[in-house]
Ligand binder design. Structure first.
Ligand SMILES: NC(=O)c1ccc[n+]([C@@H]2O[C@H](COP(=O)([O-])OP(=O)(O)OC[C@H]3O[C@@H](n4cnc5c(N)ncnc54)[C@H](OP(=O)(O)O)[C@@H]3O)[C@@H](O)[C@H]2O)c1
Length: 202
């Protein structure tokens, strides 16, 4: 089905919830725990991945996303505004600032890594623990390394796929049969793209 960008975005299965945006910086100690298995200590807590990839699974080239498709980034904004977002240090530095109206957790192994206006965590587990103290959902915003870390914990994946291949060195991981597509929508844009919602099988 081909939809215009407006109705398409309106129909996105998002749940923005209350705006919990806070301006914080520095390291935070975890106060909740993440079990050894994939089961978190708060069952209602959800982990979502949001990504856009080219037909050949490329998501980035160096620090850049190698395309600009008008309207496509609205999906990311719609799914992340008001939420707690986690991203890798390289993605954060490629953006160069905290995203407005989100609480951003940046993960880095660098001792004492400090950002202006974001939280930092030294592992994905620590980011999950921190996310649990801040809201009911943690949205994983990339890049490739962090998507791979997050995938085993993901409850759902919001994946946009462009109908064109691009050169690049960062790719979105393969999605296993643990997930099922529950919703798709095609958008006829400068480069046509398809949005798909993947949900973890019960
Ligand atoms: N198309 C999309 O939807 C999308 C979305 C986001 C990003 N991107 C693209 O993705 C590319 C960046 O991806 P990337 O894989 O190179 O980098 P990344 O995932 O953004 O960040 C990697 C960094 O995260 C930290 N990290 C990774 N694993 C960690 C761990 N286990 N514990 C603690 N810290 C850890 C490390 O930081 P330190 O080196 O500081 O230790 C590592 O260098 C860019 O091209 C960007 O534009 C695309």
């Amino acid at each position: 089905m081909v939809a215009s960008a407006g109705p398409f975005l309106d129909s996105l299965p998002h749940n923005l919830g209350p705006n919990r945006s806070v301006a914080l910086s520095g390291k935070i100690r975890p106060v909740a725990t993440v079990a050894d298995s994939n089961h978190l200590t708060r069952p209602e807590f959800m982990i979502s991945l949001v990504a856009a990839m080219a037909r050949n699974r490329v998501i980035g080239n160096g620090p850049e996303i190698p395309w600009k498709v008008p309207g496509e980034q609205k999906i990311f904004r719609c799914l992340t505004e008001g939420k707690v977002v986690v991203m890798g240090r390289k993605t954060y530095e490629s953006i160069g600032r905290p995203l407005p109206n989100r609480t951003t957790i940046v993960i880095s192994r660098k001792e004492g890594y400090v950002t202006q206006g974001c939280l930092t965590a030294s592992s994905f587990q620590m980011a999950m623990e921190l996310g649990m103290t801040l809201g009911d959902e943690l949205v994983v915003a990339g890049g490739a390394e962090v998507y791979r870390l997050a995938l085993p914990y993901a409850d759902r994946i919001h994946l946009t796929t462009l109908a064109q291949a691009f050169d690049g060195d960062a790719t979105f991981p393969e999605i296993s049969e643990d997930f099922v597509i529950t919703s798709t929508e095609a958008v006829d844009a400068l480069i046509p793209y398809t949005y798909a919602l993947y949900e973890r099988r019960a």
